[in-house]
Every structure is written in structure tokens, then in C-alpha cells.
Design a protein. Structure first.
Lengths: 485, 226
């Protein structure tokens, strides 16, 4: 039953991609993509409710449905749906691309398909390949508008991500090798198999393999100092793609790191692995805070904010069970929703003011009373201010770190969050309450460009005011897989 | 785990092949002609294919022979062919302004081999009698991977970056064939297929670079900063 639903999910997304490619009509492609996104969302919801908490494997142990993977799929499905709605108005606004609109949606569905494929992989090697495939599909989306900047961003993205991922492959191979000493030359490569031999394996080898995997998938997550592709790709892609990159792709890559962390939980090197993850997260947070404060371009501002949140999540997962993991997972969902809203608003501003520069965007609220207010709320939410969901994610994961050996990271995160709060909202103060702009902006907005903003801001507001108890239970069940013993 | 217990002659052939693969990555490091890089890459892939077949026969892993044929076909023939097509389309000949001289990059490469040897010493299983096969495999694995990264860093030409990535993959592939010949067949097949997709993607992007940016030199990519 569950696997029929999973099959349906992939079939519909793949059909949408193929259909969009073959039918040269922008309107048909919009409808196909949106239908696929809506159906995917429902299917993931059903899977989330039906899947038993210990997870199920199928197809000769190649596929795995478990709560952790489904949580990532939930983030992907929600962002995919919101971005598909926003894309309708946004992409229609790019008149010069109207002839290639069906190609855009074909790639968009294909990208979503690869994002859904990654979390259900039970074989670490195949997981690696699905992450590599996300790079390919998303690179063409980043390069969709054929301008020198977008091609540059796509090129840097592919080179840096592939180079990073090759290290992850090396790490995966070394993990497998470590297992051959205990199990024999040929065995089924699965997460649970890795977890079974990890405690007894050569600690130096295991730690080395983990560091390679961490650097590799960390490149894709955008952890500093391997983050350099992230602001370029996120800022040059069309806004719905930026939302999907930030709200879905980064989580899928983070899942790679987290799965390996889970593999190591009983091994003697677990605490080293956690500390390294925290150190990378702390560095990402620092870099993000510095670049946010001095940023001049609106979408790069949002991109560095993704770097910040991925850093916080890394710190949370590093703090470990229960509160660190629960907080980081709650953060993942809320970040996916909030960051989508921030990118949608940035895309709308880009269309209205015809500029990426923050100094060119002025008096947003005067021209856009509704969507402007929603964007401001999203900006407030992304800095982690209450009453939005990200606040609870951050508080919970910081609470988790206080008792542990890495308590310094709590203070570090706290200070840098304040820096980010001031730095990020400073830009919004100028954009909302600065002097009148030189040129009157184009105030035509399609309703699909406002609706997803309202939906996501509404959702994070609800998640901030009320953390549903079933969600807490669900996340604590996942967190139990990260306890050392 | 030491999979191959090699006698004298077999062991000598084995060492010869691994060292040849390593030396070929130095050829790529030293030459500034991109066509030479592609040629060296093709030969390296064939050497790895022979090595796979060799391990398959010596260690009784029949599926490795299939992998060897695929490696020779895909890595050794199809990929170089695609690369040469990209090269001809983009009218690239050689790198005109290298960042550092060939001799310097060779010395750096040699230092990386030393580093790789050091890493291999730490990672090889301790306890029992050290197995020279494992040392050799680990050293070449790390050395070729590191040299691939060095190429990524030192080269500015778009196609050389792609070759750098392919060399890294070759290194990993070579190492994994020796260290874990029993690795699931499916995985290796998918990795080979994945490489093909990557090369096609790069081909398209190189064409975009040429038409939109007007150059395939990474030093021309300076618009996005901060």
C-alpha cells in the first residue's frame, strides 16, 4: 500500500516533467506542474501518517521509508507546491522566456522528482547518485535565463558541487571498505548495515570516511567554507527555483550528513563527528552574519540567510538527541516555509523595481500594502523573531546544547543571531521606510505571486503559536535514533 | 580486508598498472594542451579497465570483467570522444596563461603523492602483517584524487575543470576496484552512467559559456561576488 503511494508520487511527477517537455504550451505546463505538486503534497501527507515509526524497506533493501526521510520529503513537497503556485505569475512576468516556458516546468518537475528520490534511498551509494542528479537538474534551472551572470552561477555551482560530492563518494567507498573487514567482501550496502558494523570498525578509518562525507554533502548543504556556490546560484535562479533550492535541496543534502551521523551514533567517534559538525555550523553562521550585514543585493541577502539557517541546523544536529535534533528538524520545516516566502517576496520586488539592488527597492509598503506586509512578516520570521515557528526551532535546539560538551556554541549562536537580526532587518527598514524611489515601480502582481506568501507566512505563524503535540511526538521518535546508546 | 593474495609475477603486473595510472595523472598535470589531457585520461581509463579485468580473473570476481569492459567502453572511449567533440565545438586548443609553470605543478603533485602515502599509512589496517597491496591501492587512490583536485585549482580552462573531476572519479574507481572488488555491481553501473550525464551537462554548459560569456576561462567569471 505504502509503496503504491510512493510509486504514484514518482509516476505523477515524472509524467508532469515529460508532458511539459513534449507539449509546447506554457499554460498546459503550468497546469500539469501544479497538479503534480498538489498531488505530491497530499501523497506525502498520507505517507507521513501511515508509515510506521521504525520505517519500512522494500525492493531488495534499496528503498527505505522512515520518519526522518519523510520529514525531508514533507518540506520538499510543501515548497514544491508553494513554488509551483508562485511560478505561474512570476514566470508569466518574464515575457522574453514565454516561448520556453514548457521547458522550465519540465525541468522544475524533474528537479522535484530528484528531490523526492533522495530521501527514500536506503543504499548510501544510490543516495549519493540522487544528490548528484539534483545538481544536474537544478543547474539547468539556475542557467534558465541565458545571461552571463546566470551561466557563471550555474558553472560555479556544478563545478563546486561535483567536486565536493566526489569527496562524499570517496567517503562512502571507504565506509564500505571499513565494513568488509567485519562482514566480508560483498554485502548489501544500507544505512542499517553501516550502523551495525560502525561500533566495531577501525575508528580512524570511520572518522576519516565521515569527514569526507561531511565535507562532500556539506558542500551541497552550503556549509562554510564550501558555501561559495550557494549565494551565486540562489541569487541568479528565478525566484521559484531559489525557493526550491533553499527550502528543499539543502535539506536533502543535510539528510546525507544526518544519516551518516545516525550511522555513527554507537561508534566511539560519535562525539568527534558531532563536534566537527558544530564547528562547521558555527563557521557558516559567522560567515553568513558578516555577509548579511554588508549585503547590497536582495536575493544574495536571502541566500546568506539560508547559509545561516543551515549552520544553525548543523549545530542542532551536532548537539544531538533529544532537543538538538528535535529543534533542528522543526527548524528545517519552518525554514523551508519561511525562506520560500522571503524568496517569493524578493522575486516580486525584482519584477516591480527591475533591480536586484537593495538601494533601488524603496517604500515597498506604499506600493504593495498586502504582499509588502507579508514579505515584511516573512523577513521578521526568518530572523528567528517570535511569534514565528523558527523561534521555537532555535530555542529548542539551543536548549539541547546547554548541557552538552559544546555549550560554547550556544553562546556563539545566540550572539550571531542577534547580529543577523539587526543586519537583516536594517535592509528591510531601508526598503520599507527609506526615501521615495527614483522610478515608480510596476505594481501589477498576479494573485499567484501573493497567495503562496500568505500561505507560508500563515503556516509559520501557526507553527509559532502552536507546536502541535503529534509533531512533537513524531520528532522525538526520530530523535531517539540519535542517542549514543 | 586483504582480498588478493598475490604471488610475485601477478603482484608485479599489478604494481605496474597502478603506477602507470598514477604517472598518467602527472602527464595531465604537466601538459597545457587540453587534447593531451583527454588522451592521458583515455589511456588512464583503459589502464584501470585492464586492472579491473586482472583483479576479476585473479580474485574470481566475474562481474568485475563486465565492469572492465564497460569502463573501457564508457570511460576509455565514449567520454574522451564526447570531450573531444566539446573541444572542437568550443575551439579550444590549449591554456595560454597558466597560473603556474608545469615544473612547479609537478613538484606540487609529487608532494601530494607523499601526503597520500602518509594518509595510507594511517588508514591501512594495523595489527597483522601490513599488506603491500592495500598500501599501494590507498596511496594511488588518494594521490590521483588529490592530483585531480590540484588540476581543479590550478587550471582555469572550463574543460580542464571537467577533466579534473573525471580524474578524481578515476582515482576513486581505481582504489575501490582493488580494495573492494566485491562492491555491488549496480552501484558501479550507476556511477558509470552518472558520469555520462555529467559530461553531457558540462558540454551544454561549455556551449552556454562560450556564447554568453564569450570565454571558457574561469578567470572571466568575476561578476558574482560578495
Amino acid at each position: 500500500m505504502l509503496w503504491i503511494l510512493v510509486g504514484l508520487l514518482f509516476a505523477i511527477t515524472a509524467l508532469s516533467s515529460i508532458g511539459c517537455w513534449l507539449i509546447p504550451s506554457g499554460r498546459v505546463a503550468e497546469a500539469l506542474n501544479l497538479t503534480a505538486a498538489a498531488v505530491d503534497c497530499v501523497l506525502v501527507g498520507v505517507l507521513l501518517a501511515r508509515t510506521p515509526s521504525h520505517g519500512v524497506e522494500t525492493f531488495h533493501h534499496y528503498l527505505l521509508l522512515n520518519p526522518l526521510g519523510l520529514w525531508v520529503m514533507l518540506c520538499t513537497a510543501l515548497v514544491y507546491l508553494l513554488a509551483s503556485i508562485h511560478a505561474i505569475g512570476y514566470m508569466r512576468g518574464m515575457r522574453e522566456e514565454s516561448a520556453r516556458l514548457n521547458r522550465f516546468y519540465a525541468l522544475f518537475s524533474a528537479f522535484a522528482l530528484t528531490l523526492f528520490l533522495a530521501p527514500i534511498q536506503n543504499n548510501p551509494g544510490l543516495f549519493w547518485i540522487t544528490i548528484e542528479l539534483t545538481t544536474i537538474t537544478s543547474a539547468f534551472l539556475v542557467a534558465f535565463q541565458r545571461a552571463p551572470e546566470t551561466i557563471e552561477a550555474a558553472w560555479k555551482y556544478v563545478i563546486i558541487a561535483s567536486a565536493g560530492l566526489s569527496l562524499a563518494l570517496l567517503g562512502t567507498v571507504l565506509f564500505y571498505w571499513a565494513g568488509t573487514f567485519a562482514i566480508g567482501p560483498t554485502y548489501n550496502m544500507t544505512w542499517s548495515r553501516f550502523a551495525a558494523f560502525a561500533p566495531g570498525a577501525n575508528p580512524v578509518l570511520i572518522l576519516f570516511a565521515f569527514l569526507l562525507v561531511l565535507i562532500g554533502f556539506g558542500t551541497k548543504v552550503g556549509l562554510a567554507p564550501m558555501h561559495t556556490w550557494l549565494p551565486d546560484a540562489h541569487s541568479e535562479a528565478p525566484a521559484p527555483v531559489s525557493a526550491l533550492l533553499s527550502g528543499a535541496l539543502l535539506n536533502c543534502a543535510m539528510l546525507g550528513v544526518v544519516r551518516y551521523l545516525e550511522v555513527l551514533r554507537r561508534s566511539p567517534v560519535y562525539s568527534y563527528a558531532q563536534t566537527t559538525l558544530i564547528a562547521l555550523g558555527a563557521l557558516s553562521l559567522l560567515i553568513a552574519a558578516l555577509f548579511i550585514t554588508r549585503q547590497r543585493l536582495i536575493k544574495r541577502l536571502a541566500a546568506y540567510s539560508s547559509l545561516e539557517h543551515m549552520g544553525i541546523m548543523a549545530i542542532g544536529f551536532g548537539f544531538g538527541a533529544p532537543f538538538g535534533v528535535i529543534g533542528a528538524l522543526y527548524q528545517m520545516l519552518n525554514h523551508a516555509l519561511t525562506k520560500s516566502a522571503v524568496f517569493f517576496g524578493a522575486g516580486n520586488a525584482l519584477h516591480a523595481y527591475h533591480s536586484k539592488r537593495i538601494t533601488k527597492i524603496r517604500r515597498v509598503l506604499d506600493y504593495f500594502p498586502v504582499s509588502g506586509a507579508l514579505w515584511l512578516a516573512a523577513a521578521l520570521a526568518i530572523t528567528g523573531a517570535p511569534p514565528f515557528g523558527l523561534f521555537w526551532g532555535e530555542v529548542t535546539l539551543l536548549r539541547g546544547g546547554m548541557a552538552g560538551p559544546n555549550a560554547w556554541a550556544v553562546a556563539w549562536t545566540g550572539i550571531l543571531l542577534i547580529v543577523v537580526f539587526i543586519g537583516f532587518l536594517k535592509h528591510f527598514r531601508f526598503m520599507y521606510f527609506g526615501p521615495m524611489p527614483a522610478q515608480i515601480p510596476d505594481t501589477t502582481l498576479h494573485w499567484t505571486q501573493v497567495a503562496p506568501l500568505a500561505l507560508s507566512v500563515g503556516a509559520v505563524l501557526v507553527l509559532g503559536l502552536w507546536w502541535p503535540h503529534p509533531v512533537w511526538i513524531y520528532l522525538s521518535a526520530i530523535a531517539r535514533h540519535f542517542e549514543p546508546n | 580486508m586483504p582480498i588478493l593474495h598475490l604471488n610475485g609475477t601477478v603482484s608485479a603486473v599489478f604494481s605496474l598498472l597502478t603506477i602507470t595510472a598514477l604517472i598518467l595523472s602527472f602527464v595531465m598535470l604537466a601538459s597545457h594542451w587540453i587534447k593531451n589531457h583527454i588522451l592521458a585520461f583515455a589511456i588512464q581509463s583503459w589502464v584501470i579497465a585492464v586492472l579491473s579485468a586482472f583483479i576479476g580473473i585473479a580474485g574470481h570476481f566475474p562481474e568485475l570483467i563486465a565492469i572492465a569492459i564497460l569502463t573501457a567502453l564508457l570511460r576509455g572511449t565514449v567520454l574522451p570522444y564526447l570531450l573531444i567533440k566539446i573541444l572542437d565545438q568550443a575551439h579550444l586548443g590549449r591554456e595560454f596563461a597558466p597560473l603556474i609553470q608545469s615544473s612547479t605543478s609537478m613538484v606540487l603533485g609529487a608532494l601530494l603523492v607523499l601526503l597520500a602515502y602518509g594518509m595510507a599509512l594511517h588508514l591501512a589496517p594495523s595489527g597483522s602483517v601490513p599488506d603491500p597491496t592495500i598500501w599501494m591501492a590507498l596511496t594511488t587512490l588518494f594521490a590521483i584524487t588529490l592530483i585531480g583536485f590540484l588540476m581543479l585549482v590550478l587550471r582555469t580552462e572550463a574543460l580542464s575543470h571537467l577533466l579534473g573531476l573525471l580524474v578524481i572519479e578515476n582515482g576513486i574507481f581505481l582504489g575501490s576496484q582493488i580494495l573492494m572488488p566485491g562492491m555491488p555491481l549496480l552501484l558501479e553501473l550507476v556511477i558509470l552512467f552518472d558520469l555520462l550525464i555529467i559530461v553531457v551537462t558540462f558540454g551544454i554548459l561549455v556551449r552556454y559559456l562560450k556564447t554568453e560569456v564569450g570565454s571558457t576561462d574561469s578567470r572571466a567569471l568575476r561578476r558574482l561576488v560578495g
